[in-house]
Design a protein around this ligand. Sequence first.
Ligand code: ARG
Ligand code: ZN
Length: 471
Amino acid sequence: MHRRLIVPSALAASLLLAIPASAASFTPGAPGIGDSYYPASGNGGYDVSHYDLRLKYQPATDLLEGTATILATTKQDLSRFNLDLGLKVSEIRVNGRPAKFATSGDHELEVTPASPLAKGTPISVVVRYAGKPSEFKIDGWSAWARTPDGGVAAQEPDSAVWWFPSNDHPLDKATFDVSVLVPDGHQAISNGVLQSQSSRLGWTRFNWRSNKPQATYLATLAVGRFDITTDRTANGLPVLNAYSKDLGDNAGAARASIERTTEVAEWLESVFGPYPFNSLGGYVPNVTSGFALETQTRPFYSPRQFANGSNVSVVVHELAHQWYGDSVSVADWKDIWINEGFARYSQWLWSEKEGEGTAQELADYVYATRAADDPFWTVKPGDPGAENQFHGAVYDRGALALQALRNEVGDEDFFAILKGWPQEHAYGNAHVSDFVRYAERVSGKPLAALFDTWLYQPSKPAAPAAAPAGQ
Ligand code: ARG
Ligand code: ZN
């Protein structure tokens, strides 16, 4: 940035030239965005609007090579800033000019541009990098799953550092173009719409676009040999599902579940309002892990989710997250209840609709089967701690809190709250406290005590979330 200086004398001018008047205000961006549970997650000083990832992956060697172009805007006068990445960087340019870079800690990349960046400036950051994602570990742990025919990045709260440089926190969402070159016969699966696919010289390129704000942990990449099904919803949105060719006995149950994505999403629209994204689907790579994840527009499902036959409930859970978690995201990882409590409760609503037990019956069951001395009740869903972020209590006790809310405010207000919240914070971030205030506003009732009991006490509430008399 150039500043006009009022120069009183030649001497003063030479002093000012030696020490730029503005230098003092240019400071490094913070190495973390300020998360309560993960202080190193994300970074300060800038806000990303778009990631363009151009990658090449070789299943035989697990080598991932790429160029990321990051479009961002500075939020302070920046002397340098951090990105989060676990792979090896060979070159960085900021606004076209070579930048200095250094790694610090596990996966912090410090970038010093050729000249400082004034607050409010649009910047482009080009990062060339490469590595074998499976070799990068944090505390001995990897979010990258190498499979017999490829690899998968899908984990929470961290997965981005295994495959692209980013401001790795849900507070900084951005749109994504992900272009991946894989050997012919393999597919690359990511978020959003498959814009095009083409093959030459033995390599096939897949171009994916996710055109609504997306948190970094909700970006996914899977390479492997997949069977792909495509369709359109009644509203014309493209549906694309991908199934590893290597799902063994689970293949039928996986397809019998995930092919119902459109039906489940339509039902969820009746509860939560319009679907927030430009495409739908799911994918099942041949991983050995057992979980599922709400990767935006296209959830990840492990084959083990389908070991006992079809499991539409997990599809309900991951699709519910598209509203509760993906469109409205946590502002801090301690707010995880605004994702998991609602995704679990939507499974109870699905059960209610299917005649497999009402939400009240399921709530009563959880309450009755968890004795007062069960450590389950020591976990506070409203602030579970990083080590218990995905504890069953965040899900089940979290859903009990919603049953208690439903009984307190009645069905009309309860369902108005469920539908209104994703509109209120669409494509944004929120805290648990924002939800409490919102529910109070819609219902006109004070609810602090109810939520304190169900979300913040480290003990079993004295009375279950009882249905009001006469219901
Ligand atoms: N949000 C995910 C879900 O749908 C939880 C993923 C937790 N991670 C794990 N490795 N289990 O419930
Ligand atoms: Zn979940």
